[in-house]
Design a protein around this ligand. Sequence first.
Ligand code: ADP
Length: 190
Amino acid sequence: MIAIYPGSFDPITLGHLDIIERSSRLFEHIIVAVLRNPNKSPLFTVQQRLEQIRQSTQHLPNVEVDAFDGLTVNYAKMRQAEVLLRGLRAISDFEVELQMAHTNKTLSTQIETVFLATSNEYSFLSSSVVKEIARFGGSVNHLVPPHVALDIYQCYTNNHTVSNPTTKMEAIPPQQSLPTGTPSQKMHKQ
Ligand code: ADP
């Protein structure tokens, strides 16, 4: 069975990677699909994100990385996937994700949304949290794969915003996790 894992991945985090690794044991083939979303101003281009994800998943032979635009269900049908994979961190994710899953069901009854619960250690982690820390000069080495951390530091150094990329930050408690988007943004891109 083919599963699509759609998202922004701006950038991929260890939380995303954990979901990809665990789901690669559950499904024959996983397609990590980066959404081209003209309504968002990403830190990294789609091409950069594809490269970051490819490098992060090169140890997983049944994982493919691709980009798409338009409705996720249409892309899933085109790729003959039967599953949309999403991760759940908190109740706030649940509300948005449930609405998306129901909406997608109205668009295609053939495609099921499957949720994987976050691993405990990544329940606070989002791409937004990573960018927020890096923007103020904190270390993100414990939050993203090493090559992605370098890309992030380079990005913020070029913008003259990172003062000390090697500074270790304290772990952020779960209640400070930032939402990755409003329901309307998320509905739009589906
Ligand atoms: P989107 O803009 O679609 O939310 P993201 O890249 O933020 O794109 O997230 C893609 C998917 O990965 C979503 O289902 C999100 O809930 C999930 N996800 C993100 N971070 C984590 C994490 N730390 N643990 C589990 N799932 C996560």
